[in-house]
Write a protein that binds this ligand. Structure first.
Ligand code: N01
Length: 544
């Protein structure tokens, strides 16, 4: 049980825990609920003032789930039976309501310390505990630390000269003010056209006086096909929930859809187009995650997907010059190797008079000035500047912490030339430290709630195993870390992912090692690797 001992911490006490979980999103809450029921003393420390992790921080206008609602929630029937999302792709505020509902059902908040950002930790070899520091001045002793900080915990702010001179209001999408910001009637500029940018731009297109989009790379966005879910739709969908949840563990990205086991080249052009039309009509990620299995591997197959996408999108844009910028004749990168996002009216709003696009490849940003953004063709005047510039993804949330391993080095030091982490879940010299959504685990290639549960279960099983064995220390071997890194490199080499400057590859952050940060073998293979590891007595880990 959690005890209070007489050392320095909050109110002069040090809290002592079996497990300290960092982050109150899907992954952290799952750990808390299960570990608590298994008799571990466990708490979550959460930097935000509320639940939801990514959904707490990313409350920018238009923030919305890109996964269909049936599988964007926990799979436990006692939770889904009484919960209804009102739309197939819920907005951030409804996702937050869902978290409050889960909290009420599972009574989670009593073991969560909000407004508490973990800043660093050291391992005390004598007691085999982490001494964890937080920004409230506290120190906590925890036998195990499970970092559930998500793959997008560290927003990326590019070096924009003159930003401090800007006279209007600016925000990064992932640090959006909790009390909101009204875009109505404002002159809004958006830098970045990833998933966050596209969502803000759609809202701004509706509400703002003008929207100036600063695009460096076009997003190959897919039609969301949003719809309301009435009672009858809910009833019918819920009949399918058990099968959909079961399917998550059997598909590449833990979705309720999977690739067509055929090459795009096996079909005649007419048959192929007919198949693409079906996927397109279904909407969501079907055109990406339920397409021909070689689209992400074979350049010709990929080209066929790109050309279909391009022609669909161009048909919606009236100005041919604008169409060429948003959906170029030649692919900016292989289709699907940067994460496509889901759009509702993204391409249509460019036909509106209040929306304009600045191509940063032609006219780069020179500097930010008091009244806007200056490029080679002049100053674009703005009241609000939105930085939708993404994240130091997957590793950034971990390397930002001053966690010192047994060699005295931080994760930042250790991974300076690339990630080394057995199963993407732990790394040598950092005993008793585990990551959910960690680097080179399925992470950004996996539907979040699915991995919170499926990868989360592996971590929970491991902690139970250690308790049963009566051991109190676990660490991976350097050889196992390296072997995993090599395994990931081998898997990704024949794919087209290596050709794109994506956050998947760490290539969106200047100076970051270029390497695949997500497990490219798919979730079923990943879970099989866990099974093999367990069958061999947790091979690659040393316990004592
Ligand atoms: O970030 P991104 P995001 N000058 O890295 C541009 C998840 N997510 O926040 O492509 C000018 O994708 C950059 O340009 P380029 C989802 O997994 C999910 O949008 O590097 N531009 C790019 O356009 C997603 O993939 C949801 O050339 C600069 C953009 O900024 C992940 O989070 C919603 C620049 C960054 O796009 C990240 O998405 C939102 C510079 N110096 C996010 N630096 C939902 O499912 C960067 N850019 C709802």
């Amino acid at each position: 049980t959690a005890t209070q001992t007489g050392q320095v911490g909050i109110g002069g006490k040090v809290e002592e825990l079996d497990v300290l979980v960092v982050g109150a999103g899907f992954a952290g809450l799952y750990q808390l609920d299960r570990l608590r029921k298994l008799g571990f003393s466990v708490k979550i420390y959460e930097a935000g003032a509320g639940l939801g992790g990514i959904w707490y921080w990313n409350c920018y206008p238009g923030a919305r789930v890109d996964t269909n609602a049936p599988i964007y929630q926990y799979s436990r029937e006692d939770l889904w039976r009484d919960w209804n999302f009102s739309e197939l792709y819920p907005g951030w505020d409804e996702v937050r309501q869902y978290f409050r509902y889960v909290d009420e059902k599972l009574d989670l908040s009593r073991d969560i310390r909000f407004n508490t950002r973990v800043t660093g930790a050291e391992f005390d070899e004598d007691s085999r505990q982490w001494l964890v520091r937080a920004d409230d001045g506290s120190t906590t002793r925890a036998r195990y630390v499970v970092l559930c900080t998500g793959f997008a915990a560290k927003p990326y702010l590019p070096n924009l000269e003159g930003l401090e001179d800007f006279g209007g209001t600016w925000h990064h999408t992932a640090l959006w003010p909790q009390d909101g910001l009204d875009l109505t009637g404002q002159r809004v500029g958006v830098i970045g056209t990833g998933a966050s940018g596209v969502q803000v731009i759609q809202e701004a297109g509706r509400d703002a006086a003008s929207v100036t989009v600063f695009q460096r790379t076009p997003n190959l966005a897919l039609p969301m096909r949003q719809r309301k879910l009435d009672d009858e739709a809910q009833r019918r969908l819920k009949e399918e929930y058990p099968a959909r949840f079961k399917m998550r563990a059997e598909t590449f990205a833990a979705f309720d859809m999977d690739f067509i086991p055929q090459s795009a080249a096996d079909l005649s052009p007419e048959e192929r187009t007919a198949r693409y039309e079906e996927l397109w009509a279904k909407g969501g990620f079907h055109f990406w995650l339920a397409t021909f299995q070689d689209v992400l591997f074979d350049q010709n197959s990929n080209n066929s997907a790109y050309e279909f996408w391009r022609d669909k999108v161009r048909a919606r844009i009236k100005d041919p010059a604008l169409a060429e910028k948003l959906a170029p004749t030649d692919p900016p990168h292989p289709f699907g190797t940067k994460r496509p996002c889901l759009e509702q009216n993204y391409y249509d709003i460019y036909n509106q008079d209040n929306v304009s696009l600045v191509d940063l490849r032609e006219t780069p940003i020179q500097r930010i000035v008091a009244n806007g953004v200056q490029t080679a063709d002049g100053v674009h005047e703005l009241d609000i500047l939105v930085l939708a510039t993404g994240f130091d993804a997957v590793t950034g949330g971990l390397t930002a912490l001053d966690i010192r391993g047994t060699s005295g080095a931080t994760l930042q030091d250790k991974w300076a030339d690339g990630v080394e982490a057995h199963l993407g879940v732990a790394t040598a010299n950092f005993p008793n430290l585990l990551f959910v959504y960690g680097p080179q685990s399925p992470s950004g290639f996996c539907n979040g709630p699915s991995c919170a549960e499926l990868q989360g279960d592996e971590i929970i099983d491991l902690l139970v195993h250690l308790r049963e064995q009566g051991v109190t220390r676990i660490e991976t071997t350097p050889a196992a870390d390296t072997a995993w890194r090599e395994h990931v490199a081998e898997l990704v080499a024949p794919s087209l992912f290596v050709k794109a400057d994506s956050w998947y590859m760490g290539a969106n952050i200047p100076g970051k090692p270029r390497e695949m940060l997500n497990y490219p073998g798919g979730l079923p293979t990943y879970l099989q690797k866990w099974q093999e590891c367990k069958d061999a007595g947790y091979e690659g880990f040393v316990t004592s």
